[in-house]
Design a protein around this ligand. Structure first.
Ligand code: GUN
Length: 291
């Protein structure tokens, strides 16, 4: 079994980005600048956004964190986005999800200038991604492609089963892996909560992308020998023995599935760090495109 080490791979990518930032600065170019907007005080979201901002510092980017109150109106939030859209200092920005229920997520994502949409969530960028045109590929699927590429996991002609149809992971992952691209050319089956005979399908999979948010859902009896497993799930389960009061669990029953796998990502230390590295890569791209 080979562990797909997202933490180490992300560190390599960040080192490459840091080098490029230094070269940009040495040539008198602009320092890439990422802004992150967070609404409310969801603990996991704050942790993720802080990690993104800290990663910016590590590679020599500038960063701005905009914390807004839970009860901000949709109109006020749209106003903040309009300001970021025209702020020349900001190369790219993200609005951390989920948003409070009184705010229309789609309206917010559509308000972001597609040229600054480093999350790749704007319909224009989703459309370009679906057409295999140059764009910002959203960070989690982008990170999975990069991890598969760097570990030379063959995808061409393979049967990939994607568990989950979210707009952030399952849907783009299915599209990207079926496309004619370096990491792609796969035959993809996308499964969701209404899928019948799920186990029959996962047992046929050469590669499984688990992105359903159900802790330890994928068990050893659902996979064939030498499968590749990418675990996108990250759920906080209460655990009083931990200093934090919780432990992080993926969508895969790691210990048992790892025994049958050829390649597998851990949780934590798999897809999560890759997501942050690819967000930085998109921000660098936004900066280079603009300047
Ligand atoms: N919430 C969970 N994943 C993401 C992500 O990649 N970007 C944003 N903005 N919010 C998220």
């Amino acid at each position: 079994m080979i562990l797909l080490d997202g933490k180490r791979t992300a560190a390599d990518i960040k080192e490459e980005i840091a080098l490029e930032v230094k070269q940009l600065k040495d040539k008198g170019g602009k320092t890439p600048h990422l802004a992150a907007v967070i609404v409310g005080s969801n603990g996991a979201s704050i942790t993720y956004v802080n990690a993104k901002v800290k990663a910016c510092e590590r590679v020599g980017f500038e960063s701005t964190l905009i914390r807004l109150p839970e009860d901000i109106s949709e109109c006020e939030l749209l106003n903040e986005i309009a300001i970021l859209n025209v702020d020349h200092a900001i190369d790219g920005f993200i609005v951390q999800l989920p948003l409070p229920s009184h705010i229309d997520k789609q309206k917010v994502l559509m308000a972001v200038d597609p040229n600054k949409d480093v999350d790749g969530f704007h319909p224009t960028n989703v459309g370009k991604m679906a057409l295999n045109l140059p764009t910002f590929i959203s960070a989690t699927p982008f990170g999975i492609l990069e991890l598969l590429e760097r570990y030379k996991v063959e995808t061409s002609g393979k049967h990939v089963v994607v568990l989950g149809r979210s707009h952030i992971v399952g849907s783009p992952m299915s599209i990207l892996l079926s496309q004619k691209r370096k990491v792609g050319n796969a035959t993809v089956t996308m499964c969701h909560s209404r899928t019948k005979n799920l186990k029959e399908l996962t047992l046929q999979a050469d590669i499984i992308i688990a992105a359903i948010g159900i802790p330890e859902f994928l068990k050893a009896d659902m996979v064939k020998d030498n499968v590749t497993v990418i675990d996108v799930g990250i759920t906080r389960l209460a655990d009083s023995s931990k200093k934090s009061g919780f432990r992080l669990v993926g969508d895969v029953a790691f210990a048992e599935v790892a025994k049958k796998a050829e390649f597998i990502t851990p949780v934590p230390g798999g897809v999560g760090p890759m997501t942050i590295a690819m967000l930085l890569k998109n921000t660098l791209l936004a900066c280079k495109r603009k300047n």
